[in-house]
Design a protein around this ligand. Structure first.
Ligand SMILES: Nc1ncnc2c1ncn2[C@@H]1O[C@H](COP(=O)(O)OP(=O)(O)OP(=O)(O)O)[C@@H](O)[C@H]1O
Ligand SMILES: [Mg+2]
Length: 577
Protein backbone atom coordinates (compact mmCIF):
# COMPACT_ATOMS: atom_id res chain seq x y z
CA UNK A 1 0.00 0.00 0.00
CA UNK A 2 3.03 2.24 0.45
CA UNK A 3 2.85 3.92 -2.99
CA UNK A 4 -0.79 4.88 -2.42
CA UNK A 5 0.05 6.40 0.94
CA UNK A 6 3.19 8.07 -0.37
CA UNK A 7 1.40 10.18 -2.99
CA UNK A 8 -0.52 11.72 -0.10
CA UNK A 9 2.33 11.99 2.40
CA UNK A 10 2.28 15.81 2.47
CA UNK A 11 -1.36 16.02 3.40
CA UNK A 12 -1.00 13.13 5.84
CA UNK A 13 1.98 14.82 7.55
CA UNK A 14 0.03 18.09 7.96
CA UNK A 15 -2.96 16.22 9.39
CA UNK A 16 -0.77 14.29 11.82
CA UNK A 17 1.09 17.42 12.93
CA UNK A 18 -2.28 19.10 13.53
CA UNK A 19 -3.54 16.15 15.52
CA UNK A 20 -0.33 16.10 17.63
CA UNK A 21 -0.75 19.82 18.27
CA UNK A 22 -4.39 19.20 19.18
CA UNK A 23 -3.34 16.58 21.71
CA UNK A 24 -0.83 18.99 23.27
CA UNK A 25 -3.48 21.71 23.63
CA UNK A 26 -5.80 19.16 25.24
CA UNK A 27 -3.09 18.26 27.72
CA UNK A 28 -2.40 21.95 28.41
CA UNK A 29 -5.96 22.76 29.49
CA UNK A 30 -5.84 20.98 32.90
CA UNK A 31 -2.44 22.61 33.58
CA UNK A 32 -3.93 26.10 33.03
CA UNK A 33 -6.97 25.28 35.16
CA UNK A 34 -4.70 23.92 37.95
CA UNK A 35 -2.54 27.06 37.91
CA UNK A 36 -5.66 29.25 38.00
CA UNK A 37 -6.99 27.40 41.04
CA UNK A 38 -3.62 27.67 42.81
CA UNK A 39 -3.63 31.42 42.11
CA UNK A 40 -7.17 31.95 43.32
CA UNK A 41 -6.94 29.97 46.55
CA UNK A 42 -5.94 31.89 49.67
CA UNK A 43 -2.61 30.80 51.16
CA UNK A 44 -1.18 31.66 54.61
CA UNK A 45 1.22 34.16 53.01
CA UNK A 46 -1.41 35.64 50.70
CA UNK A 47 -4.84 35.40 52.42
CA UNK A 48 -6.63 37.51 49.80
CA UNK A 49 -5.26 36.68 46.31
CA UNK A 50 -4.89 39.79 44.20
CA UNK A 51 -3.97 38.24 40.84
CA UNK A 52 -6.88 38.39 38.43
CA UNK A 53 -8.20 35.41 36.49
CA UNK A 54 -8.09 37.29 33.17
CA UNK A 55 -4.79 35.79 31.85
CA UNK A 56 -6.09 32.28 32.54
CA UNK A 57 -9.40 32.95 30.87
CA UNK A 58 -7.60 34.33 27.83
CA UNK A 59 -5.26 31.33 27.79
CA UNK A 60 -8.18 28.90 27.99
CA UNK A 61 -10.06 30.65 25.18
CA UNK A 62 -6.94 30.65 23.00
CA UNK A 63 -6.32 26.98 23.76
CA UNK A 64 -9.95 26.24 22.86
CA UNK A 65 -9.62 28.03 19.53
CA UNK A 66 -6.30 26.31 18.78
CA UNK A 67 -7.81 22.95 19.63
CA UNK A 68 -10.79 23.52 17.36
CA UNK A 69 -8.54 24.65 14.49
CA UNK A 70 -6.18 21.69 14.94
CA UNK A 71 -9.12 19.31 15.16
CA UNK A 72 -10.55 20.65 11.93
CA UNK A 73 -7.27 20.49 10.01
CA UNK A 74 -6.55 17.00 11.34
CA UNK A 75 -9.99 15.56 10.61
CA UNK A 76 -10.31 17.19 7.21
CA UNK A 77 -6.83 16.04 6.19
CA UNK A 78 -7.34 12.50 7.45
CA UNK A 79 -10.74 12.22 5.78
CA UNK A 80 -9.30 13.39 2.46
CA UNK A 81 -6.42 10.93 2.73
CA UNK A 82 -8.79 8.14 3.76
CA UNK A 83 -11.33 8.60 1.01
CA UNK A 84 -8.63 9.30 -1.55
CA UNK A 85 -7.08 5.94 -0.64
CA UNK A 86 -10.45 4.27 -0.86
CA UNK A 87 -11.08 5.81 -4.28
CA UNK A 88 -7.68 4.75 -5.61
CA UNK A 89 -7.94 1.24 -4.23
CA UNK A 90 -11.38 0.72 -5.69
CA UNK A 91 -10.31 2.12 -9.06
CA UNK A 92 -7.28 -0.17 -8.96
CA UNK A 93 -9.43 -3.22 -8.26
CA UNK A 94 -11.97 -2.37 -10.94
CA UNK A 95 -9.31 -1.62 -13.50
CA UNK A 96 -7.68 -4.96 -12.70
CA UNK A 97 -10.99 -6.84 -12.79
CA UNK A 98 -11.71 -5.47 -16.23
CA UNK A 99 -8.42 -6.91 -17.49
CA UNK A 100 -8.88 -10.39 -15.98
CA UNK A 101 -9.72 -13.27 -18.28
CA UNK A 102 -12.88 -15.31 -18.59
CA UNK A 103 -11.29 -18.22 -16.76
CA UNK A 104 -11.06 -16.01 -13.65
CA UNK A 105 -14.76 -15.17 -13.79
CA UNK A 106 -15.56 -18.87 -14.24
CA UNK A 107 -13.90 -19.49 -10.86
CA UNK A 108 -15.03 -16.68 -8.56
CA UNK A 109 -18.42 -15.67 -7.22
CA UNK A 110 -19.77 -12.24 -7.98
CA UNK A 111 -20.69 -11.68 -4.33
CA UNK A 112 -17.08 -12.32 -3.32
CA UNK A 113 -15.78 -9.71 -5.74
CA UNK A 114 -18.38 -7.16 -4.66
CA UNK A 115 -17.49 -7.63 -1.00
CA UNK A 116 -13.78 -7.28 -1.80
CA UNK A 117 -14.40 -4.05 -3.64
CA UNK A 118 -16.61 -2.69 -0.85
CA UNK A 119 -16.08 -3.82 2.73
CA UNK A 120 -12.49 -4.96 2.35
CA UNK A 121 -11.48 -1.68 0.76
CA UNK A 122 -13.23 0.13 3.59
CA UNK A 123 -11.42 -1.75 6.36
CA UNK A 124 -8.00 -1.22 4.75
CA UNK A 125 -8.83 2.45 4.32
CA UNK A 126 -9.85 2.80 7.98
CA UNK A 127 -6.62 1.29 9.17
CA UNK A 128 -4.35 3.30 6.88
CA UNK A 129 -6.04 6.58 7.69
CA UNK A 130 -6.77 6.24 11.39
CA UNK A 131 -3.85 4.20 12.63
CA UNK A 132 -1.39 7.11 12.41
CA UNK A 133 -3.80 9.38 14.25
CA UNK A 134 -4.32 6.78 16.96
CA UNK A 135 -0.58 6.39 17.30
CA UNK A 136 -0.27 10.14 17.79
CA UNK A 137 -2.92 10.18 20.49
CA UNK A 138 -1.24 7.22 22.18
CA UNK A 139 2.02 9.17 22.12
CA UNK A 140 0.26 11.89 24.11
CA UNK A 141 0.28 9.40 26.96
CA UNK A 142 4.06 9.73 27.21
CA UNK A 143 3.84 13.54 27.36
CA UNK A 144 1.22 13.40 30.11
CA UNK A 145 3.27 10.94 32.17
CA UNK A 146 6.34 13.19 31.92
CA UNK A 147 4.25 16.18 33.07
CA UNK A 148 2.85 14.17 35.98
CA UNK A 149 6.22 12.74 37.10
CA UNK A 150 7.58 16.28 37.28
CA UNK A 151 4.84 17.14 39.76
CA UNK A 152 4.94 14.02 41.95
CA UNK A 153 6.23 10.51 41.27
CA UNK A 154 4.13 8.63 43.83
CA UNK A 155 0.94 10.27 42.69
CA UNK A 156 1.81 9.38 39.10
CA UNK A 157 2.06 5.72 40.07
CA UNK A 158 -1.34 5.95 41.74
CA UNK A 159 -2.82 7.63 38.64
CA UNK A 160 -1.59 5.01 36.17
CA UNK A 161 -2.12 2.03 38.50
CA UNK A 162 -5.45 1.10 36.94
CA UNK A 163 -4.32 1.49 33.31
CA UNK A 164 -2.81 -1.99 32.87
CA UNK A 165 -6.19 -3.28 33.99
CA UNK A 166 -7.88 -1.15 31.30
CA UNK A 167 -5.50 -2.55 28.72
CA UNK A 168 -6.00 -6.15 29.86
CA UNK A 169 -9.75 -5.71 29.73
CA UNK A 170 -9.45 -4.18 26.26
CA UNK A 171 -7.47 -7.20 25.07
CA UNK A 172 -10.01 -9.59 26.59
CA UNK A 173 -12.91 -7.69 25.04
CA UNK A 174 -11.20 -7.79 21.68
CA UNK A 175 -10.48 -11.51 21.96
CA UNK A 176 -14.13 -12.22 22.61
CA UNK A 177 -15.58 -9.67 20.20
CA UNK A 178 -13.28 -10.20 17.25
CA UNK A 179 -14.44 -13.72 16.33
CA UNK A 180 -18.02 -12.64 16.97
CA UNK A 181 -17.69 -9.70 14.61
CA UNK A 182 -16.43 -12.08 11.92
CA UNK A 183 -19.41 -14.33 12.54
CA UNK A 184 -21.75 -11.33 12.30
CA UNK A 185 -20.11 -10.25 9.03
CA UNK A 186 -20.40 -13.77 7.61
CA UNK A 187 -24.09 -14.01 8.52
CA UNK A 188 -24.75 -10.59 7.04
CA UNK A 189 -23.14 -11.73 3.78
CA UNK A 190 -25.18 -14.93 3.92
CA UNK A 191 -28.41 -12.95 4.27
CA UNK A 192 -27.35 -10.66 1.43
CA UNK A 193 -26.79 -13.71 -0.79
CA UNK A 194 -30.19 -15.20 0.04
CA UNK A 195 -31.93 -11.88 -0.62
CA UNK A 196 -29.96 -11.33 -3.80
CA UNK A 197 -30.80 -14.79 -5.14
CA UNK A 198 -34.43 -14.30 -4.18
CA UNK A 199 -34.63 -11.11 -6.16
CA UNK A 200 -32.62 -12.14 -9.22
CA UNK A 201 -34.02 -15.65 -9.24
CA UNK A 202 -37.58 -14.61 -8.45
CA UNK A 203 -38.85 -16.09 -11.71
CA UNK A 204 -37.52 -19.52 -10.82
CA UNK A 205 -38.66 -19.26 -7.20
CA UNK A 206 -42.20 -18.34 -8.16
CA UNK A 207 -42.56 -20.83 -10.98
CA UNK A 208 -41.64 -23.69 -8.64
CA UNK A 209 -43.75 -22.18 -5.82
CA UNK A 210 -40.55 -22.08 -3.76
CA UNK A 211 -41.41 -18.91 -1.83
CA UNK A 212 -41.94 -20.81 1.43
CA UNK A 213 -38.59 -22.55 1.16
CA UNK A 214 -36.81 -19.28 0.39
CA UNK A 215 -38.43 -17.54 3.34
CA UNK A 216 -37.42 -20.43 5.62
CA UNK A 217 -33.87 -20.13 4.28
CA UNK A 218 -33.82 -16.44 5.01
CA UNK A 219 -35.28 -17.01 8.46
CA UNK A 220 -32.57 -19.51 9.36
CA UNK A 221 -29.88 -17.08 8.23
CA UNK A 222 -31.54 -14.23 10.11
CA UNK A 223 -31.71 -16.33 13.28
CA UNK A 224 -28.02 -17.07 13.09
CA UNK A 225 -27.34 -13.36 12.69
CA UNK A 226 -29.59 -12.60 15.65
CA UNK A 227 -27.75 -15.12 17.83
CA UNK A 228 -24.33 -13.67 16.93
CA UNK A 229 -25.46 -10.08 17.41
CA UNK A 230 -26.99 -10.79 20.83
CA UNK A 231 -23.81 -12.61 21.87
CA UNK A 232 -21.85 -9.57 20.77
CA UNK A 233 -23.95 -7.24 22.90
CA UNK A 234 -23.86 -9.62 25.89
CA UNK A 235 -20.09 -9.55 25.81
CA UNK A 236 -20.09 -5.76 25.64
CA UNK A 237 -22.58 -5.54 28.48
CA UNK A 238 -20.47 -7.85 30.63
CA UNK A 239 -17.07 -6.23 30.09
CA UNK A 240 -18.10 -2.68 29.21
CA UNK A 241 -18.97 -1.44 32.73
CA UNK A 242 -15.70 -2.82 34.13
CA UNK A 243 -13.88 -1.03 31.36
CA UNK A 244 -15.60 2.22 32.20
CA UNK A 245 -15.24 1.98 35.94
CA UNK A 246 -11.60 0.89 36.24
CA UNK A 247 -10.31 4.42 35.51
CA UNK A 248 -12.57 5.66 38.31
CA UNK A 249 -10.61 3.44 40.71
CA UNK A 250 -7.51 5.27 39.50
CA UNK A 251 -9.33 8.54 40.14
CA UNK A 252 -10.29 7.42 43.66
CA UNK A 253 -6.65 6.50 44.36
CA UNK A 254 -5.50 9.90 43.11
CA UNK A 255 -8.04 11.73 45.28
CA UNK A 256 -7.25 9.62 48.37
CA UNK A 257 -3.47 9.67 48.14
CA UNK A 258 -3.39 13.15 46.56
CA UNK A 259 -5.73 14.48 49.28
CA UNK A 260 -3.32 13.29 51.96
CA UNK A 261 -0.39 14.84 50.06
CA UNK A 262 -2.28 18.13 49.60
CA UNK A 263 -3.10 18.33 53.32
CA UNK A 264 0.60 17.76 54.01
CA UNK A 265 1.30 20.55 51.53
CA UNK A 266 3.37 18.28 49.25
CA UNK A 267 1.21 19.02 46.20
CA UNK A 268 -1.11 21.93 45.50
CA UNK A 269 -4.87 21.73 44.91
CA UNK A 270 -4.19 22.78 41.32
CA UNK A 271 -1.83 19.82 40.82
CA UNK A 272 -4.53 17.53 42.14
CA UNK A 273 -6.91 18.93 39.49
CA UNK A 274 -4.27 18.29 36.80
CA UNK A 275 -3.86 14.69 37.95
CA UNK A 276 -7.55 13.93 38.16
CA UNK A 277 -8.07 15.30 34.64
CA UNK A 278 -5.21 13.25 33.23
CA UNK A 279 -6.46 10.04 34.78
CA UNK A 280 -9.60 10.45 32.70
CA UNK A 281 -7.78 11.67 29.58
CA UNK A 282 -5.24 8.85 29.65
CA UNK A 283 -7.58 5.93 29.43
CA UNK A 284 -8.79 6.91 25.96
CA UNK A 285 -5.48 6.12 24.22
CA UNK A 286 -5.29 2.90 26.19
CA UNK A 287 -8.62 1.83 24.89
CA UNK A 288 -7.85 2.95 21.36
CA UNK A 289 -4.66 0.89 21.48
CA UNK A 290 -6.90 -2.17 21.60
CA UNK A 291 -9.04 -0.77 18.80
CA UNK A 292 -5.92 -0.16 16.74
CA UNK A 293 -4.83 -3.77 17.12
CA UNK A 294 -8.25 -4.97 16.04
CA UNK A 295 -8.27 -2.64 13.05
CA UNK A 296 -4.84 -3.84 12.01
CA UNK A 297 -5.85 -7.50 12.16
CA UNK A 298 -8.96 -6.87 10.14
CA UNK A 299 -7.15 -4.68 7.64
CA UNK A 300 -4.44 -7.25 7.05
CA UNK A 301 -7.05 -9.95 6.41
CA UNK A 302 -8.86 -7.59 4.04
CA UNK A 303 -5.67 -6.56 2.29
CA UNK A 304 -4.90 -10.22 1.74
CA UNK A 305 -8.26 -10.73 0.08
CA UNK A 306 -7.78 -7.65 -2.08
CA UNK A 307 -4.30 -8.69 -3.13
CA UNK A 308 -5.57 -12.12 -4.04
CA UNK A 309 -7.50 -10.33 -6.78
CA UNK A 310 -4.78 -7.82 -7.68
CA UNK A 311 -2.11 -10.54 -7.84
CA UNK A 312 -4.12 -12.66 -10.25
CA UNK A 313 -2.40 -12.14 -13.58
CA UNK A 314 -4.69 -11.86 -16.58
CA UNK A 315 -3.95 -14.95 -18.68
CA UNK A 316 -4.99 -13.43 -21.96
CA UNK A 317 -3.09 -10.27 -22.77
CA UNK A 318 -1.65 -8.58 -25.85
CA UNK A 319 1.74 -9.95 -26.84
CA UNK A 320 4.44 -7.26 -26.46
CA UNK A 321 4.87 -7.13 -30.24
CA UNK A 322 1.16 -7.58 -31.07
CA UNK A 323 0.03 -6.07 -34.35
CA UNK A 324 -3.25 -4.37 -35.26
CA UNK A 325 -5.59 -6.39 -37.46
CA UNK A 326 -6.42 -3.77 -40.09
CA UNK A 327 -9.34 -4.21 -42.51
CA UNK A 328 -9.44 -7.98 -42.18
CA UNK A 329 -10.70 -10.06 -45.13
CA UNK A 330 -12.23 -12.61 -42.80
CA UNK A 331 -10.29 -15.77 -43.54
CA UNK A 332 -10.63 -18.07 -40.52
CA UNK A 333 -8.70 -21.21 -39.78
CA UNK A 334 -8.56 -23.50 -36.77
CA UNK A 335 -5.52 -25.73 -37.13
CA UNK A 336 -5.26 -28.90 -35.03
CA UNK A 337 -6.84 -27.12 -32.06
CA UNK A 338 -6.72 -28.83 -28.68
CA UNK A 339 -8.58 -27.18 -25.83
CA UNK A 340 -9.51 -28.08 -22.25
CA UNK A 341 -11.18 -25.62 -19.87
CA UNK A 342 -8.88 -24.63 -16.99
CA UNK A 343 -9.55 -26.94 -14.05
CA UNK A 344 -11.26 -29.60 -16.16
CA UNK A 345 -9.86 -32.97 -17.18
CA UNK A 346 -11.82 -33.87 -20.29
CA UNK A 347 -10.74 -32.04 -23.42
CA UNK A 348 -13.49 -30.16 -25.28
CA UNK A 349 -11.62 -29.95 -28.56
CA UNK A 350 -9.06 -32.54 -29.58
CA UNK A 351 -7.46 -31.82 -32.93
CA UNK A 352 -10.16 -29.68 -34.55
CA UNK A 353 -9.48 -28.54 -38.09
CA UNK A 354 -11.88 -25.94 -39.48
CA UNK A 355 -11.48 -23.59 -42.42
CA UNK A 356 -13.78 -20.68 -43.32
CA UNK A 357 -12.93 -18.80 -46.50
CA UNK A 358 -13.65 -15.07 -46.65
CA UNK A 359 -17.33 -14.39 -47.32
CA UNK A 360 -18.44 -17.97 -46.68
CA UNK A 361 -21.25 -19.07 -44.38
CA UNK A 362 -20.66 -22.29 -42.49
CA UNK A 363 -23.02 -24.02 -40.09
CA UNK A 364 -21.51 -25.77 -37.08
CA UNK A 365 -23.62 -28.67 -35.89
CA UNK A 366 -23.13 -31.04 -32.97
CA UNK A 367 -24.90 -32.53 -30.01
CA UNK A 368 -25.27 -30.47 -26.84
CA UNK A 369 -21.97 -30.06 -25.01
CA UNK A 370 -20.01 -30.92 -28.17
CA UNK A 371 -18.00 -27.70 -27.88
CA UNK A 372 -19.72 -25.45 -30.44
CA UNK A 373 -19.90 -22.38 -28.19
CA UNK A 374 -16.32 -23.10 -27.12
CA UNK A 375 -15.21 -22.69 -30.74
CA UNK A 376 -16.77 -19.21 -30.73
CA UNK A 377 -14.91 -18.36 -27.51
CA UNK A 378 -11.60 -19.41 -29.05
CA UNK A 379 -12.14 -17.27 -32.17
CA UNK A 380 -12.47 -14.13 -30.05
CA UNK A 381 -9.68 -15.34 -27.76
CA UNK A 382 -11.78 -15.46 -24.62
CA UNK A 383 -9.60 -18.49 -23.96
CA UNK A 384 -6.32 -19.61 -25.53
CA UNK A 385 -5.88 -22.96 -27.22
CA UNK A 386 -3.70 -25.57 -25.49
CA UNK A 387 -2.17 -26.74 -28.75
CA UNK A 388 -2.63 -25.85 -32.41
CA UNK A 389 -3.62 -22.37 -33.53
CA UNK A 390 -6.52 -20.09 -34.42
CA UNK A 391 -5.72 -17.90 -37.40
CA UNK A 392 -7.51 -14.86 -38.85
CA UNK A 393 -6.22 -13.85 -42.30
CA UNK A 394 -3.22 -16.08 -41.60
CA UNK A 395 -2.35 -14.27 -38.33
CA UNK A 396 -2.34 -16.33 -35.15
CA UNK A 397 -4.87 -14.60 -32.86
CA UNK A 398 -2.20 -14.52 -30.16
CA UNK A 399 -0.09 -12.18 -32.30
CA UNK A 400 -2.73 -9.48 -32.86
CA UNK A 401 -4.12 -6.99 -30.34
CA UNK A 402 -7.22 -8.09 -28.45
CA UNK A 403 -9.04 -4.87 -29.30
CA UNK A 404 -8.54 -5.23 -33.04
CA UNK A 405 -9.34 -8.97 -32.91
CA UNK A 406 -12.62 -8.36 -31.11
CA UNK A 407 -13.52 -5.61 -33.59
CA UNK A 408 -12.89 -8.07 -36.42
CA UNK A 409 -14.85 -10.97 -34.91
CA UNK A 410 -18.40 -10.25 -33.72
CA UNK A 411 -20.21 -12.84 -31.63
CA UNK A 412 -23.90 -13.02 -30.89
CA UNK A 413 -23.86 -15.30 -27.86
CA UNK A 414 -26.58 -17.76 -26.93
CA UNK A 415 -27.62 -15.82 -23.82
CA UNK A 416 -27.22 -12.17 -24.76
CA UNK A 417 -26.80 -9.74 -21.88
CA UNK A 418 -28.49 -6.36 -22.10
CA UNK A 419 -27.73 -3.44 -19.79
CA UNK A 420 -30.52 -1.71 -17.91
CA UNK A 421 -30.25 1.26 -20.20
CA UNK A 422 -32.14 2.55 -23.24
CA UNK A 423 -32.54 0.37 -26.32
CA UNK A 424 -30.52 2.99 -28.21
CA UNK A 425 -27.59 2.69 -25.79
CA UNK A 426 -27.81 -1.10 -25.84
CA UNK A 427 -27.66 -1.34 -29.61
CA UNK A 428 -24.95 1.32 -29.86
CA UNK A 429 -22.86 -0.36 -27.15
CA UNK A 430 -20.04 -1.29 -29.52
CA UNK A 431 -20.14 2.10 -31.28
CA UNK A 432 -21.37 4.71 -28.77
CA UNK A 433 -20.93 7.50 -31.33
CA UNK A 434 -23.25 5.87 -33.90
CA UNK A 435 -26.06 8.08 -35.21
CA UNK A 436 -29.71 7.23 -34.62
CA UNK A 437 -30.01 6.48 -38.36
CA UNK A 438 -27.22 3.91 -38.19
CA UNK A 439 -28.79 2.34 -35.12
CA UNK A 440 -32.19 2.16 -36.85
CA UNK A 441 -30.65 0.58 -39.93
CA UNK A 442 -28.98 -2.08 -37.78
CA UNK A 443 -32.22 -2.67 -35.89
CA UNK A 444 -34.17 -2.93 -39.13
CA UNK A 445 -31.70 -5.48 -40.52
CA UNK A 446 -32.10 -7.49 -37.32
CA UNK A 447 -35.89 -7.23 -37.62
CA UNK A 448 -36.59 -5.24 -34.45
CA UNK A 449 -37.08 -1.71 -35.81
CA UNK A 450 -40.88 -2.21 -36.14
CA UNK A 451 -41.19 -3.47 -32.63
CA UNK A 452 -39.05 -0.71 -31.10
CA UNK A 453 -40.73 2.08 -33.08
CA UNK A 454 -44.12 0.89 -31.84
CA UNK A 455 -43.07 1.31 -28.20
CA UNK A 456 -44.39 4.52 -26.57
CA UNK A 457 -40.88 5.77 -25.91
CA UNK A 458 -39.27 4.11 -28.94
CA UNK A 459 -35.50 3.85 -28.83
CA UNK A 460 -35.46 5.70 -25.49
CA UNK A 461 -37.27 2.83 -23.76
CA UNK A 462 -35.22 1.61 -20.84
CA UNK A 463 -35.05 -2.18 -20.72
CA UNK A 464 -35.40 -3.81 -17.32
CA UNK A 465 -32.45 -5.40 -15.60
CA UNK A 466 -30.75 -7.90 -17.97
CA UNK A 467 -33.45 -7.11 -20.51
CA UNK A 468 -36.14 -9.04 -18.66
CA UNK A 469 -38.84 -6.72 -20.00
CA UNK A 470 -38.22 -8.11 -23.50
CA UNK A 471 -39.01 -11.49 -24.96
CA UNK A 472 -36.19 -13.93 -25.57
CA UNK A 473 -36.42 -13.43 -29.33
CA UNK A 474 -36.45 -9.65 -28.97
CA UNK A 475 -33.38 -9.80 -26.75
CA UNK A 476 -31.56 -11.90 -29.30
CA UNK A 477 -32.46 -9.63 -32.17
CA UNK A 478 -31.28 -6.60 -30.23
CA UNK A 479 -28.03 -8.46 -29.66
CA UNK A 480 -27.85 -9.12 -33.41
CA UNK A 481 -28.41 -5.41 -34.13
CA UNK A 482 -25.70 -4.55 -31.61
CA UNK A 483 -23.19 -6.77 -33.41
CA UNK A 484 -24.35 -5.68 -36.86
CA UNK A 485 -23.69 -2.04 -35.99
CA UNK A 486 -20.02 -2.83 -35.36
CA UNK A 487 -19.87 -4.42 -38.83
CA UNK A 488 -17.32 -7.16 -38.07
CA UNK A 489 -15.55 -9.07 -40.86
CA UNK A 490 -16.22 -12.37 -39.13
CA UNK A 491 -19.55 -13.07 -37.51
CA UNK A 492 -20.38 -15.88 -35.13
CA UNK A 493 -24.05 -16.51 -34.41
CA UNK A 494 -24.63 -18.81 -31.47
CA UNK A 495 -28.19 -20.15 -31.30
CA UNK A 496 -29.24 -16.82 -32.67
CA UNK A 497 -32.67 -17.92 -33.80
CA UNK A 498 -33.47 -20.65 -31.31
CA UNK A 499 -35.79 -18.45 -29.27
CA UNK A 500 -37.77 -17.21 -32.24
CA UNK A 501 -41.22 -18.47 -33.17
CA UNK A 502 -41.79 -20.06 -36.54
CA UNK A 503 -43.79 -17.15 -37.99
CA UNK A 504 -41.10 -14.62 -37.21
CA UNK A 505 -38.43 -16.97 -38.46
CA UNK A 506 -38.72 -16.00 -42.11
CA UNK A 507 -38.25 -12.37 -41.13
CA UNK A 508 -35.23 -13.21 -39.03
CA UNK A 509 -33.74 -15.19 -41.84
CA UNK A 510 -34.06 -12.21 -44.13
CA UNK A 511 -32.25 -10.22 -41.47
CA UNK A 512 -29.63 -12.90 -41.10
CA UNK A 513 -29.03 -12.97 -44.84
CA UNK A 514 -28.41 -9.21 -44.71
CA UNK A 515 -26.15 -9.77 -41.76
CA UNK A 516 -24.17 -12.49 -43.50
CA UNK A 517 -23.75 -10.68 -46.79
CA UNK A 518 -20.13 -9.76 -47.45
CA UNK A 519 -18.72 -11.34 -44.33
CA UNK A 520 -17.51 -14.69 -43.09
CA UNK A 521 -20.16 -16.25 -40.91
CA UNK A 522 -20.12 -19.20 -38.58
CA UNK A 523 -23.64 -20.14 -37.47
CA UNK A 524 -23.96 -22.50 -34.58
CA UNK A 525 -27.15 -24.09 -35.77
CA UNK A 526 -29.82 -25.73 -33.70
CA UNK A 527 -32.48 -25.99 -36.39
CA UNK A 528 -32.65 -27.16 -39.93
CA UNK A 529 -33.91 -23.82 -41.19
CA UNK A 530 -30.77 -22.13 -39.90
CA UNK A 531 -28.61 -24.80 -41.47
CA UNK A 532 -30.31 -24.00 -44.77
CA UNK A 533 -28.72 -20.54 -44.68
CA UNK A 534 -25.23 -22.00 -44.82
CA UNK A 535 -23.07 -22.89 -47.82
CA UNK A 536 -21.85 -25.99 -46.04
CA UNK A 537 -22.12 -27.80 -42.74
CA UNK A 538 -19.41 -28.98 -40.36
CA UNK A 539 -20.28 -31.70 -37.89
CA UNK A 540 -18.48 -31.48 -34.56
CA UNK A 541 -18.13 -34.71 -32.60
CA UNK A 542 -15.60 -35.92 -30.06
CA UNK A 543 -13.71 -32.63 -30.23
CA UNK A 544 -13.00 -32.75 -33.98
CA UNK A 545 -14.73 -32.06 -37.26
CA UNK A 546 -15.95 -35.45 -38.39
CA UNK A 547 -17.81 -34.40 -41.52
CA UNK A 548 -17.85 -31.40 -43.83
CA UNK A 549 -20.02 -30.71 -46.83
CA UNK A 550 -23.40 -29.49 -48.12
CA UNK A 551 -26.38 -30.46 -45.97
CA UNK A 552 -27.99 -32.90 -48.42
CA UNK A 553 -24.71 -34.69 -49.04
CA UNK A 554 -23.96 -35.08 -45.31
CA UNK A 555 -27.47 -36.31 -44.67
CA UNK A 556 -26.99 -39.00 -47.29
CA UNK A 557 -23.54 -40.26 -46.35
CA UNK A 558 -23.01 -39.48 -42.67
CA UNK A 559 -25.17 -41.45 -40.23
CA UNK A 560 -23.86 -39.41 -37.27
CA UNK A 561 -25.17 -36.22 -38.90
CA UNK A 562 -28.68 -37.64 -39.28
CA UNK A 563 -28.48 -38.82 -35.71
CA UNK A 564 -27.55 -35.35 -34.37
CA UNK A 565 -30.22 -33.71 -36.49
CA UNK A 566 -32.90 -36.06 -35.22
CA UNK A 567 -31.98 -35.10 -31.66
CA UNK A 568 -32.76 -31.42 -32.33
CA UNK A 569 -36.05 -30.64 -30.60
CA UNK A 570 -38.18 -29.36 -33.48
CA UNK A 571 -36.60 -30.95 -36.50
CA UNK A 572 -37.70 -34.55 -36.23
CA UNK A 573 -40.49 -34.04 -38.66
CA UNK A 574 -38.30 -32.22 -41.12
CA UNK A 575 -35.63 -34.90 -41.11
CA UNK A 576 -38.15 -37.63 -41.68
CA UNK A 577 -39.58 -35.66 -44.55
N1 LIG B 1 -16.53 -21.97 -18.62
C1 LIG B 1 -16.44 -23.30 -18.64
N2 LIG B 1 -15.66 -23.92 -17.74
C2 LIG B 1 -15.55 -25.26 -17.75
N3 LIG B 1 -16.19 -26.06 -18.61
C3 LIG B 1 -17.00 -25.50 -19.51
C4 LIG B 1 -17.17 -24.09 -19.58
N4 LIG B 1 -18.03 -23.80 -20.58
C5 LIG B 1 -18.37 -24.99 -21.10
N5 LIG B 1 -17.76 -26.01 -20.49
C6 LIG B 1 -17.86 -27.45 -20.84
O1 LIG B 1 -17.34 -27.61 -22.13
C7 LIG B 1 -18.14 -28.50 -22.90
C8 LIG B 1 -18.55 -27.83 -24.20
O2 LIG B 1 -19.38 -26.73 -23.92
P1 LIG B 1 -20.01 -25.81 -25.08
O3 LIG B 1 -20.69 -24.69 -24.39
O4 LIG B 1 -18.95 -25.48 -26.06
O5 LIG B 1 -21.07 -26.80 -25.72
P2 LIG B 1 -22.07 -26.50 -26.94
O6 LIG B 1 -21.68 -27.41 -28.04
O7 LIG B 1 -22.14 -25.06 -27.23
O8 LIG B 1 -23.43 -27.03 -26.30
P3 LIG B 1 -24.92 -26.43 -26.55
O9 LIG B 1 -25.37 -26.99 -27.86
O10 LIG B 1 -25.70 -27.06 -25.43
O11 LIG B 1 -24.87 -24.97 -26.48
C9 LIG B 1 -19.31 -28.88 -22.02
O12 LIG B 1 -19.06 -30.19 -21.51
C10 LIG B 1 -19.31 -27.89 -20.89
O13 LIG B 1 -19.70 -28.49 -19.69
MG1 LIG C 1 -23.61 -23.54 -26.86
Amino acid sequence: MAPLVRVRQGRLAVALAASALGVLTTLAVPVVVGRAIDQALPTPTDPIPTTGMAPFVVALVLLGIARAACGFVARDGLARVAFGLEFDLRALIYEHLSRLSFSFYDRVQTGQLVSRANSDVRSVQMYLAYAPALVVSTASFAVAVVLMVRIHLGLTVAAVAALPGVYALGVRLRKELFPLSWVVQAHLAEIATVVDENVTGTRVVKSFAGEGRQIALLERAARRLQWATVRQFDTRARLGPAMENLPRIGLALVLLYGGVLAIDGQVSIGDLVVFSSYVVLLQAPFRSLGFLLMLSQRASASAQRIYEVLDTEPEIVDAPDAIELVEPRGDVELRQVHFTYPGRDTPVLAGLDLRLFAGETVALVGRTGAGKSSVARLLTRFYDVDAGAVLIDGHDVRTVTLASLRRAVGVVVDEPFLFSDTLLANIAYGRPDASLDDVRRAAAAAGVDDFISALPRGYDTVVGERGYTLSGGQRQRIAIARTLLVDPAVLVLDDATSAVDAEREELIHDALRTLMAGRTTLVIAHRLSTIALADRVVLLDGGRAVADGPHAELLAREPRYAEVLSSLPDERVAVRR
